[in-house]
Design a protein around this ligand. Structure first.
Ligand SMILES: *[C@@H]1O[C@H](CO)[C@@H](O)[C@H](O)[C@H]1NC(C)=O
Length: 313
C-alpha cells in the first residue's frame, strides 16, 4: 500500500510529532500509523514527475496552536508544494534540509515564534512564489538578494528585521510587498519604478523610511495600495503620483512632508482613502477636500480645522 515517498513522509511526520511540545487542540492526535494521507493537515496528490505515485503535496497546520520546532527530517517531504503554519507557536528556525523542497511554492510561517536571522534556505527553493514571514521574532539584515527571487508575494512585517531597501528592489516581480513594522533605514530607491509591471500593493508603514519619495513612483500604474505612513519622509509629494491611476489607498500620514498637495492626487479615478495627517503640508486642493474621509489633521493648511499652531508651521 505504501510507496517509498509516502514512507519518507511517514518518517518526516513521526519526527515532527516528537518535536511538538504542546498541542492543546489535539491537531496531530491522528498522526499515527503509516497512512500519512489521512493525517490531519496533510494533503496528498499524484507526484508531478510520476502521476502514478501518490505523494504529500501540502501541509496545512494553520491555526493549530501547536508548539515545537521543525526537525531536519521535514526535508524528506520533497514533493511538498504548500507548507502553511500560520498561527502556531513554532520556535527556532527553518531546517537546512528544507533545501530539498524543490517544488515548494507557498511557504507561510506567519504568526509563530520563529527566530534567528533571515531564513537563507529560501534562496535554495527554486519554485518559491509566496513567502510569508510576518509576525515572528526574526532578527538581523534582510539580504538584498530576496528582491532577486521570483516571488509573487513577500511579507516581512512585524519582525525585528533590519531592512535597507536596496537598488535591486526594482528586480523584484512581487505583486505584494509588506515590510511594515520592522527596523528599516534608508530611502525608497528610484528603482521602485521598475516594479511597474507587477506591483499591486506596497506597505512600508513604520519601516524607518528617510528622505523623500522618488518621482519614479508615478510609474506604478497598477499599484492599488501605497502605504508609507509613520516614517521620516521629508520634501514634497511628487506630482507624478497623479499618474498612479489604479491607486485606491494612499497613506502618507505621520511623516514630515511639506509643500502643496498636488491636485492630480485627488483626481485619481479610484482613490478611496487618502490619509495625509500629521505632516507639514501647507495647502490642499479643493478636489481633496471633497474626498471622504478627508483625513488631513495636524498640518499647516490655512482655514482647515485641527491644524498645527502657526509656531510649529
Ligand atoms: C484610511 O486609511 C488609513 C491609513 O491606512 C486608515 O487608518 C483608515 O482606517 C482608513 N479609513 C477608511 C475609512 O478606510
Amino acid at each position: 500500500l505504501q510507496n517509498p515517498r509516502l514512507f519518507d513522509a511517514f518518517l518526516a511526520f513521526q519526527s515532527w510529532k516528537l518535536a511538538i511540545t504542546d498541542d492543546p487542540k489535539g491537531f496531530t492526535s491522528n498522526w499515527v500509523g503509516h497512512d500519512v494521507c489521512n493525517y490531519r493537515g496533510v494533503y496528498c496528490a499524484p507526484a508531478p514527475d510520476d502521476p502514478g505515485v501518490i505523494t504529500v503535496a501540502g501541509v496545512d497546520l494553520n491555526h493549530a496552536d501547536v508548539a515545537g520546532v521543525l526537525p531536519e527530517e521535514l526535508g524528506l517531504l520533497c514533493d511538498v508544494a504548500l507548507f502553511h503554519l500560520n498561527s502556531n507557536r513554532f520556535q527556532g528556525s527553518l531546517p537546512a534540509e528544507f533545501c530539498k523542497l524543490k517544488l515548494l511554492f507557498e511557504l507561510d510561517l506567519s504568526n509563530n515564534l520563529f527566530c534567528g536571522g533571515f531564513p537563507a534556505v529560501v534562496f535554495k527553493l527554486p519554485s518559491l512564489k509566496f513567502l510569508d514571514l510576518r509576525f515572528n521574532k526574526f532578527v538581523g539584515d534582510v539580504p538584498p538578494e530576496v528582491f532577486d527571487l521570483q516571488l509573487d508575494a513577500l511579507f516581512l512585517n512585524d519582525n525585528a528585521f533590519k531592512l535597507t531597501l536596496p537598488p535591486n528592489l526594482g528586480n523584484s516581480p512581487v505583486s505584494v510587498l509588506v515590510a511594515a513594522n520592522i527596523f528599516g533605514f534608508g530611502i525608497l530607491p528610484p528603482a521602485v519604478g521598475q516594479m511597474a509591471e507587477t506591483l499591486n500593493e506596497i506597505v512600508l508603514l513604520n519601516s524607518g523610511l528617510l528622505g523623500s519619495l522618488p518621482d519614479e513612483i508615478g510609474q506604478l500604474t497598477k499599484l492599488t495600495v501605497f502605504d508609507v505612513g509613520f516614517n521620516h519622509l521629508i520634501g514634497t509629494l511628487p506630482e507624478s503620483i497623479g499618474k498612479m491611476v489604479s491607486l485606491e489607498q494612499l497613506n502618507v500620514a505621520h511623516n514630515k512632508l511639506t509643500g502643496n498637495i498636488p491636485e492630480g492626487i485627488c483626481l485619481l479615478p479610484r482613490l478611496q482613502n487618502f490619509t495625509y495627517s500629521d505632516n507639514y503640508f501647507c495647502s490642499v486642493p479643493r478636489s481633496c477636500q471633497n474626498l471622504s474621509p478627508d483625513d488631513g489633521d495636524e498640518n499647516c493648511i490655512p482655514c482647515k480645522a485641527d491644524q498645527r499652531s502657526p509656531l510649529e508651521c
